[in-house]
Write a new protein. Structure first.
Length: 623
């Protein structure tokens, strides 16, 4: 298996002396050791960037490929993405991180900070996580696994416009995108759990990951992740690990090798705060790297919500899997992590007797799961529910919307205004926990067609403005939000204490179950789960015996269009001098769909959802 890796550990921040990321270098060296010994990476295809803390013993650093600054990181990443092809690429970062706007976290993006970061300069040495992921999508590798162990504790009290990786280059891939798996410890974290006043280093994610793939006796990962920054840099670890340090693959307790689904469970259970985890294939073999056909095979999954087996094989038992969310995608995995059945809302039928796992593909975070034991003499029943969302925006008591996004909650609260109408609206709302919510929107409420409170008790507020597509801008907290608009649809922009959620809903389908279904499709699309989005959309259409509604149909059209024009548009915006004179530089934004935005422009996006919501377009610095 052709595998490459980029590993970075940044512990030195000269412009922020009190912000050293304790243990970052040790974490990176431990990850390098595992990748070389058991991760299948040849030392010629591994790039290591380290910036130890000032005063650490130098040791033998001839095996280090450069410092952990943004310039060197960009150079090494560019070399991997433009010069190599393969089966798997690992990108590991252990460093400090922060939000791009700690004062207004709902308008912020998570950032990675490099050793040359200088808060006085602003853009120096910082990179938006979303821009990195956009570049990695163009890697000519079948799989990209990204591990970002970034402590969100830097004392930065003002807005940062990230420098980014620059334009004029992209990966070797020209069509489609790499299959991306990621675990990020700095992402959708509520500001209430962040302590920006006292720096704290990374390490929990690294320790959790290595403990899942390294036997406890052979592992030195806990000690490395815990501290002793300079002690990890030693000549003994410069080359391939010796026999005493070989980190071998760990089994999950059932005699089977580690798969992505097991890794997810292990990391979540070991970390104090849930990380951001996503991956399109829970059956991915993290170890061993040599692919082996899973028992039953992924092709054994059926998208109908029911499953049957051949009675000539092992004894079969009946199953009934139900979910409180009728729009949730359900999955049944066997012991190897291979999918045996999928469905929306429920799965019923027969499976061979044995032990399985039932789970929800939950866009909120880690997939809830439960054991499923199938016997030939009885019916096995399992009920699942998505995890509650701690976003402070649960304003609707409708059961269908219990686990929906904040944008869907806002749409439901205002449905009497737009339901079955013939006008398109831009809805903007904020929950009461948001500080100074009523002062965030300039001109509130006089310049809007309608406004009101989100609940009968008066907590939170919303405003509505009739719009026509394809774009409309509104000033929020001194920033311009440019939001896509579609005919016969409402564009809902819901602000909570930690994020902005954006979704489009069709005015002809305003019932709670219909809003929830449209919302779930868009959430799956935002995570790149195209299969789950397609299955959920088709199931809802079939259940209602009607054609697709406007919002879902618009997303399908956008996906097809952006796939066809991606190469042309990326080339245009990486070489703006070649743009035709008739294309004004300060007109409407060039992309409606977030996944189609070129990497250098990702720093201008904000909000959760599949739509490209632009922050300050055209680019302005509002301080």
């Amino acid at each position: 298996m052709r595998t490459a890796a980029l590993v970075m550990g940044c512990q030195d921040y000269p412009h922020l002396p009190d912000a050293a990321a304790d243990g970052a270098v040790a974490n990176a060296v431990a990850m390098r050791e595992w990748l070389l010994a058991a991760g299948g990476v040849d030392h010629r295809n591994l790039r290591l960037l380290l910036s130890p803390a000032a005063g650490d013993p130098p040791g033998d650093r001839s095996w280090i490929d450069g410092p952990a600054d943004l310039e060197c990181f960009t150079l090494r990443l560019r070399g991997l993405l433009t010069g190599l092809s393969g089966d798997r690429l690992y990108v590991y970062v252990s460093a400090q991180g922060c939000l791009s706007d700690p004062v207004r976290p709902f308008l912020a993006q998570p950032l990675i900070l490099f050793s040359d970061f200088d808060p006085a300069v602003g853009a120096t040495g910082s990179l938006a996580v979303e821009e990195l992921m956009a570049h990695l999508a163009h890697a000519d590798f079948r799989e990209v696994i990204t591990l970002l162990d970034c402590g969100p504790g830097l004392p930065v009290g003002h807005r940062i416009v990230p420098a980014g990786l620059g334009a004029g280059w992209r990966g070797r891939r020209r069509t489609g995108s790499a299959m991306q798996f990621r675990i990020h410890s700095l992402g959708d974290i509520a500001p209430a759990v962040l302590d920006f006043g006292a720096a704290r280093g990374p390490g929990a994610l690294t320790a959790a990951f290595l403990s899942a793939v390294v036997p406890p006796v052979a592992s030195r990962a806990p000690a490395l992740a815990a501290g002793a920054a300079g002690s990890a840099i030693a000549p003994a670890e410069a080359g391939t690990a010796n026999a005493d340090h070989v980190l071998r693959g760990r089994q999950d307790g059932t005699g089977r090798q580690v798969r992505w689904s097991f890794l997810e469970r292990s990391v979540v259970s070991a970390m104090p705060f849930p990380p951001t985890i996503s991956g399109p294939n829970p059956s991915l073999q993290v170890m061993p790297l040599t692919p082996t056909p899973p028992a039953g095979g992924a092709s054994g999954a059926t998208p109908t919500g029911s499953v049957e087996v051949d009675g000539n094989g092992s004894a079969a038992g009946e199953i009934e899997l139900r979910c409180a969310d009728l729009n949730a995608m359900l999955i049944i995995e066997d012991g190897s992590g291979a999918r045996r059945a999928v469905g929306v809302g429920s799965i019923s039928g027969h499976l061979p007797a044995g032990s399985y796992t039932a789970l929800i593909a939950d866009p909120c975070g880690t997939d809830p799961r439960a054991p499923l034991t199938v016997t030939s003499s009885s019916t096995s029943r399992v009920a699942l529910a998505p995890r509650p969302r701690p976003d402070g925006f649960r304003i609707s008591g409708e059961p269908a919307l219990l686990w929906s996004s904040t944008a869907a909650q806002l749409a439901m609260a205002t449905s009497t205004l737009w339901a079955y109408g013939h006008r398109s609206y831009l809805l903007v709302g904020a929950a009461s926990p948001l500080p100074g919510a009523a002062d965030l929107l300039e001109g509130f409420p006089d310049r809007f067609a309608a406004s009101g409170a989100l609940t009968a008790g008066g907590s939170g507020w919303w405003v509505a403005l009739p719009v026509s597509g394809p774009w409309h801008s509104v000033l929020v907290a001194g920033h311009r939000l440019t939001v896509p608009a579609a005919p016969d649809s409402v564009s809902a922009v819901a602000m909570s204490a930690s994020a902005v959620s954006v979704a489009l809903f069709d005015t002809t389908h305003p019932e709670p179950a219909e809003i929830a279904a449209q919302d779930r499709v868009q959430e799956y699309l935002a995570l790149g789960r195209l299969g789950a989005a397609d299955l959920t959309s088709r199931s809802a259409v079939q259940a209602g015996q009607r054609w697709p509604w406007g919002a879902s149909a618009a997303i399908r059209r956008l996906i097809d269009r952006t796939r066809a024009s991606r190469a042309e548009e990326i080339a245009l915006f990486e070489h703006p001098a070649e743009a035709p004179a008739s294309n004004p530089p300060h007109g409407n934004p060039p992309h409606e769909f977030r996944a189609d935005v070129p990497p250098p422009l990702r720093r201008l996006l904000v909000g959760r959802g599949p739509w490209a919501v632009w922050l300050d377009w055209p680019a302005v610095d509002t301080g």
